[in-house]
Design a protein around this ligand. Sequence first.
Ligand SMILES: Nc1ncnc2c1ncn2[C@@H]1O[C@H](COP(=O)(O)OP(=O)(O)OP(=O)(O)O)[C@@H](O)[C@H]1O
Length: 196
Amino acid sequence: MKLDLQSKSFGTRPVLGDLVLSVSPGERLAILGPSGIGKSTLLRILAGLDTNFRGNRSGSERLAPVFQEPVLLPWRNALANVTIPTGCPPGVAREWMARVGLAGHETKFPRQLSLGQQRRLSLARAFASDPQILLMDEPFASLDAETASRMIALTADLLDRTGAGLVIVTHDPAEAEALSARSVTLSGTPARLQKD
Ligand SMILES: Nc1ncnc2c1ncn2[C@@H]1O[C@H](COP(=O)(O)OP(=O)(O)OP(=O)(O)O)[C@@H](O)[C@H]1O
């Protein structure tokens, strides 16, 4: 996937400036930078969710976005939360749930799961779609330190197993390091990339 961005504005306000970013399947990239600089905006453009920018995005990799909030279907059980959005067979969904430590929770509803479990369910859902690149927006924010570090280790392990690539938006350089991700930092107004 390659993004050749000239600019991205909200109304008349330019948020992102000239920048080039490319990620291939198997590669891990962390986008760092202070709050409000434009990290989520850049990730949405990379994900193809925002096409209102000047520049060019190319690539036909299968992508799976993982947002900060798990965004689950409240009236469907955990297993259906994996099968419905991905179209994967129930057996595959069960396997992914087991890999993230949710075996035995298949018939629970999202509200019956802790935030950490909901996050793991959204990770299982992302991997069940057999992505070539995962796009994660602050997926470990607002978890306690121990849960966050377990989630990071789990994510790294699943990326290793599947060979999927990763683009992660984070405030925390330690997260990038724990995931063995190359990092780039957004800075300035409008924001541009500075290589770390
Ligand atoms: N839909 C929108 N309409 C108008 N302005 C927006 C919109 N989305 C984001 N912005 C603005 O664009 C800028 C970048 O926002 P963005 O969410 O990308 O930052 P961020 O680096 O991800 O921040 P954080 O780390 O706090 O999540 C902010 O000033 C924000 O207010």
